[in-house]
Ligand binder design. Structure first.
Ligand SMILES: NC(=O)c1ccc[n+]([C@@H]2O[C@H](COP(=O)([O-])OP(=O)(O)OC[C@H]3O[C@@H](n4cnc5c(N)ncnc54)[C@H](O)[C@@H]3O)[C@@H](O)[C@H]2O)c1
Length: 252
């Protein structure tokens, strides 16, 4: 898969710049590679510097040098999120797409055992991180006047209850709620805000460090024989990233 030679690539995101939080692993990593193949410039904003550097190296080997940069980021820290988005403008001249995707399993276990510290950590990464991404993306996109696409990773956990991941589910429900409110508030400026609610996707987060268990676990949890993969979410993110309803289209 290279920019010049791949059956998967087209130019749907040519000249667009995307920031992907949690872009160094799992579905964020798949999306970074997919966006590059579609012609985008990509800033990978992630907590994990080792996997971030490995992805940049891989992207260079695939022919995307000059179209990707990594910035160490904690999405729970406002200054970090701001810095990642400003880096997109400083490096590539503009910001068009923000994928607020970073995540952790966070507090898992009986609610009676859940500490306020684990509540705070889970909500900080999963909910506050998305809030900060929307807030600062909207500020930059508004100042550019070009519209944009903000995509948030929620979860099926946002839509149904389950014993154990109470805080995770609450944080993801907050992501769905923030997405709806932000979509209404920013629509007049052609800034679109959408959420993706994945089911089980085979990533390091979901397999808990035991990839061999993934198929067995997933086949118990869902009726469809094949389990989801990062590439599937990358396809959904690409759908939302294509700026067909922004000023690009309106000007035609
Ligand atoms: N895998 C699934 O089954 C599944 C299902 C529904 C939703 N999700 C959500 O999808 C998103 C991506 O998860 P994934 O499955 O690809 O997991 P993953 O562990 O492969 O990737 C998550 C990435 O987020 C990064 N990250 C963690 N904390 C961070 C922080 N504070 N700041 C910046 N980066 C941070 C990690 O370093 C990692 O690179 C998460 O929001 C997760 O909650 C996953």
């Amino acid at each position: 898969m290279t920019r010049e030679n791949t059956h998967q690539s087209s130019t749907r995101l040519k000249g667009k710049t995307a920031v992907i939080t949690g872009g160094a692993s799992g579905m964020g990593r798949s999306t970074a590679l997919r966006f590059l193949a579609e012609g985008a410039n990509v800033i990978v904003a992630d907590f994990n510097q080792a996997t971030g550097a490995a992805l940049v190296q891989e992207a260079h080997e695939l022919g995307f040098a000059g179209h990707i940069a990594f910035i160490p980021t904690d999405v729970a820290v406002e200054g970090d999120v701001q810095a990642a988005l400003v880096l997109a403008v400083d490096t590539f001249g503009q910001l068009d797409i923000v994928f607020n995707n970073a995540g952790v399993g966070g507090a898992i276990g009986p609610l009676t055992q859940t500490t306020t510290e684990s509540w705070d950590y889970t909500m900080d990464v999963l909910a506050k991180g998305v809030f900060l991404g929307i807030k600062h993306a909207a500020r930059i996109m508004r100042s550019q006047g070009t519209g944009g696409s903000i995509i948030n990773t929620a979860s099926i956990a946002a839509l149904s209850g389950d014993a154990g991941p109470l805080v995770y589910s609450a944080a993801k429900a907050a992501v769905v709620s923030m997405t709806k409110s932000a979509a209404v508030e920013l629509a007049s400026e052609r800034i679109r805000v959408n959420a993706i609610c994945p089911g089980f996707i085979a990533t390091p987060l979901a397999d808990g460090g035991k990839p061999e268990k993934t198929r067995e676990n997933f086949s118990r949890a869902q009726p469809w024989p094949e389990y989801g993969q990062g590439d599937h979410i990358a396809g959904a993110a690409l759908f939302f990233a294509c700026l067909l309803y922004t000023s690009d289209a309106a000007d035609e």
